[in-house]
Ligand binder design. Structure first.
Ligand code: UDP
Length: 224
């Protein structure tokens, strides 16, 4: 029986990026390439980039002492649903961290995070479960980040910012630094659009775009 088997869940675009990091990490930890597969509920082919693509059922049927999974799927609600399923099946969340990621002092990062190349997490930060920080994103000092938060590439999250569960921050967004007694708050399930410059709180569930970022409205859409 294998000691451990590892999977990247999601064999699409982001999953292929994560697989490369997962392989480097596993080989660096002394693991073997035959211990690493994709899992996908809608497999499009038998192999992707040289790795077998299994259904979830086939993956859990593999005889191994430990099963590890990293969820390489951008949709945070799907990540939550799949996390609940895998934990119920006694599968462990696998953290993926690119070799050039910088993490400074007192940064607590919850299980299942994926930190892509060139990500920086500075000091005195707490981050919840299954965080995704895509290439070149950063989180600066004294930020609090909830569960299932997603950063697309190049998100600039400055100091003293609170980001609640399931928020999605799109490529190149900049969030202005908050104050220790008055952090900038991005509410639960809020969406910050590509390149937006956030200068004030974003209420839960609201999408903001532009500079300075404002709620998405029909008028905003006409502005193009
Ligand atoms: N997927 C899955 N189970 C789910 C939802 C999605 O296996 O419950 C897979 C889906 O088949 C696809 C991948 O996850 O291969 C998600 O890819 P998508 O293109 O939606 O997003 P991205 O790669 O950008 O996160």
């Amino acid at each position: 029986m294998l000691e451990s088997i590892y999977a990247v869940y999601g064999a699409s675009g982001f999953g292929r990026e994560v697989m490369c990091l997962a392989r480097e990490q596993l080989l660096g930890d002394g693991g073997g390439i035959d211990q690493l597969v994709f899992v996908d509920d809608n497999p499009q082919s038998e192999f992707v980039n040289g790795h077998k693509v299994l259904t979830y059922e086939d993956f859990i049927a593999i005889e191994a002492i430990n099963h590890y999974v990293t969820l390489a799927i951008a949709d945070s609600s799907i990540r939550q649903k799949l996390t609940e399923r895998i934990l119920a099946d006694d599968i462990k969340l696998w953290d993926i961290k690119a070799s050039n990621v910088v993490v400074m002092d007192e940064a607590e990062i919850g299980a299942g995070a994926i930190l892509s190349p060139f990500v920086t997490i500075t000091s005195n930060i707490t981050i919840g479960k299954c965080f995704q920080a895509n290439i070149y994103s950063y989180v600066a000092h004294d930020c609090q980040i909830g569960d299932f938060v997603t950063f697309a590439p190049s998100v600039k999250c400055n100091g003293n910012i609170k980001i609640e569960d399931h928020a999605y921050i799109a490529t190149g967004a900049i969030i202005r630094q908050g104050k220790p007694d008055k952090p900038i708050i991005i509410g639960e399930r809020a969406i910050v659009g590509m390149g937006a410059v956030v200068t004030r709180n974003v209420p839960a569930g609201v999408t903001v775009i532009g500079n300075p970022a404002a709620p998405l409205s029909k008028e905003n859409l006409r502005r193009k």
